[in-house]
Design a protein around this ligand. Structure first.
Ligand SMILES: CC(C)(COP(=O)(O)OP(=O)(O)OC[C@H]1O[C@@H](n2cnc3c(N)ncnc32)[C@H](O)[C@@H]1OP(=O)(O)O)[C@@H](O)C(=O)NCCC(=O)NCCS
Length: 302
């Protein structure tokens, strides 16, 4: 499966695969690449993951008119088995935009084999380089990328394998209680049988609470579409308020919810310290090394 593996970028096996694609493949060059990806929201780092192991990596940036591939490589023992092609196809299908890469003589064959049109140019530092462009497949577009489906047994199993990897357990600690995510209703963004994102919720105390929301493929509107679906469903059931909790480190989620009309309802200082008593696997530090302590509740009227 092609998924976001930015948080695994410093794993030694991943570093080895990065070294095949980085212009400077030395340990220092690979470490520099890793810190560049980790410190930039614009740079995506995805991988082809099989049984939890990373067998291919792809670093890319999504622009309004194209996806720019900066790094793409496959583990030595998995080369020439279609992994690189599968990553290119996944990018094409997910984003439905032209793919563009700049490369050197030794690597241009990879792109030519996959149908990219290449144009040579003279780079003052590297000599001859190539711009490689692959236009989207006919018929690719917004509607063909993924569909929002209600969670059924099959989708639930797929969600659980992602959820456990991200959140450490089937159980979610929310509102001072442990909730079993396997029995929650929800929606998923599904593309050719693959779950690209999911939202699970519960109705309680007259509100609809988002218990978990995660996009495997980010910044293509999946979480926004899942929330829109939840708004419609809640409204049709006569539930007019949606709430969601985030941890104090999740600045990306603060931005995301507020840009979608949610407002802060409550800040619960120390709530995560209490939640850690229920679920000891909750780490002490979260994103960007921020200590995980408090819970912020957002709400929206629908
Ligand atoms: C927070 C999170 C769920 C957002 O998911 P997402 O699918 O990337 O969200 P969207 O794609 O709908 O929106 C994100 C950005 O992509 C951009 N975007 C949306 N649709 C787009 C499209 N079709 N093409 C290009 N960009 C697009 C939006 O502008 C948005 O940026 P904005 O917040 O500045 O407006 C995701 O980052 C995530 O999974 N985080 C980890 C888990 C988590 O923290 N969950 C929330 C805690 S409760």
């Amino acid at each position: 499966m092609f998924q976001d593996i930015k948080l695994r970028i410093t794993e030694p096996e991943v570093g080895v695969i990065v070294s095949y694609a980085a212009l400077d493949g030395s340990p220092e060059g690979v470490a520099k690449e890793a810190s560049m990806y980790l410190s930039s929201d614009k740079l995506n780092f995805y991988g082809w993951v099989e049984d939890g192991g990373v067998v291919g990596i792809c670093g890319f940036e999504v622009h309004a008119d194209k996806v720019e591939i900066h790094l793409i490589s496959v583990a030595e023992d998995r080369q020439k088995q279609g992994v690189g092609g599968a990553m290119v196809t996944a990018l094409q299908r997910i984003y439905a935009l032209p793919l563009e890469a700049e490369t050197v003589e030794e690597a241009v064959g990879f792109y030519i084999k996959r149908g990219f049109v290449t144009t040579a140019f003279q780079d003052p530092e590297w000599g001859v380089k190539y711009t490689c462009v692959l236009e989207p497949k006919a018929g690719a577009g917004e509607g063909s990328r993924y569909e929002i489906s209600q969670v059924d047994t099959l989708i639930s199993e797929k969600i659980q394998s992602i959820l456990v990897e991200t959140w450490g357990s089937h159980y979610l600690a929310v509102n001072g209680k442990l909730w079993d995510s396997r029995t929650m209703p929800g929606f998923a963004a599904v593309w050719e049988g693959t779950v690209l994102g999911y939202l699970l919720y519960e109705y309680h105390s007259g509100v609809c609470e988002i218990m978990v929301l995660e996009s495997v493929v980010q910044n293509i509107g999946i979480a926004s579409a899942l929330i829109e679906q939840l708004k419609q469903t809640s409204k049709s059931k006569g539930v007019n308020r949606i709430i969601v909790q985030t941890s104090n480190d999740n600045t990306h989620a603060f931005r995301f919810y507020q840009r979608r009309g949610f407002t802060i309802r409550e800040v619960r200082l120390g709530a995560l310290d209490a939640a850690r008593q229920l679920k000891p696997s909750i780490p002490l530090t979260g994103e960007e090394g921020i200590p995980l302590r408090d819970e912020i509740e957002f709400e929206i009227e629908v």
